[in-house]
Design a protein around this ligand. Sequence first.
Ligand SMILES: [Zn+2]
Length: 293
Amino acid sequence: MSTAIKLQDITIHPVIEQQAPFFDPLQFFPTLSKELLEENRSWLEPDCLDPATGMLVLCVQSYVIKTPHHNILVDSCVGNDKPRPARPMWNMMKSDRFEKSLTATGLGVNDIDYVMCTHLHVDHVGWNTRLENGRWVPTFPKAKYIMADRELAHWTEQEKKDPTVCPWITDSVLPIVAAKREQIVKSDFALNDQVVCLPTPGHTIDHFSVLVGRKDRDALIAGDMIHSPLQGRYPELGMRADYDSPQAGQTRRKVFDRFCDTPTLMCVTHFPSGPPCCVKHWGDGYKFEAVEV
Ligand SMILES: [Zn+2]
């Protein structure tokens, strides 16, 4: 089991579904030049860049937040049985890794009170639903699913125009709304004083991150406001699926400036799993330094 983070009476557990060399960095970051990649290869390898294949190593994971009052799941990975023709590695997946990793936190699907969706991309909403007798039903039957209003409106509209471009909305988001399990919020929503959404737009239209804990004993579950530490060193480096890359770059600078040289821990969904880290300055950008917790 991966390292859990303890913040006084709150614990954050990573729930990992996959970790593998997934994408060609030059395609994943369309403005990344070969020269810049070479300049950074030595520190990216082997954890973030696979020396054998040259592919970016990414983790697909959720986080479980246990508080004295609630159990919260942030994001829900790729999921099983879902047709993803554009993504062979996620197409009709049949994996027990998510379930086993959730069980390792001591919780089952009935124990989750809230599912917080940082954004509505394919690798963040999959386990929102599961297949039961040919129908998509909420995986977490007692949970309210928290989604940002403009994010849900945007993707609902996209799905209506052409469901083939976002099949995950059809099978993993709209069934939650049909089952009346959604809780639509503004992206600065506070669940309570220790679980607060932070608007981090750019990668998607109304993306949020989740700040957990009390001052100086807190952690930011970043979601997809950053995908690789390379975007820490170069905050303006856009990712190919960004809704608005310049805005995503501004978001990274704003957030990392705020948390730089503070004890706030960073839990970044797609960084390869490892110890939690803090943000430090690095030239004109930022680096992530592992810390003991
Ligand atoms: Zn993602």
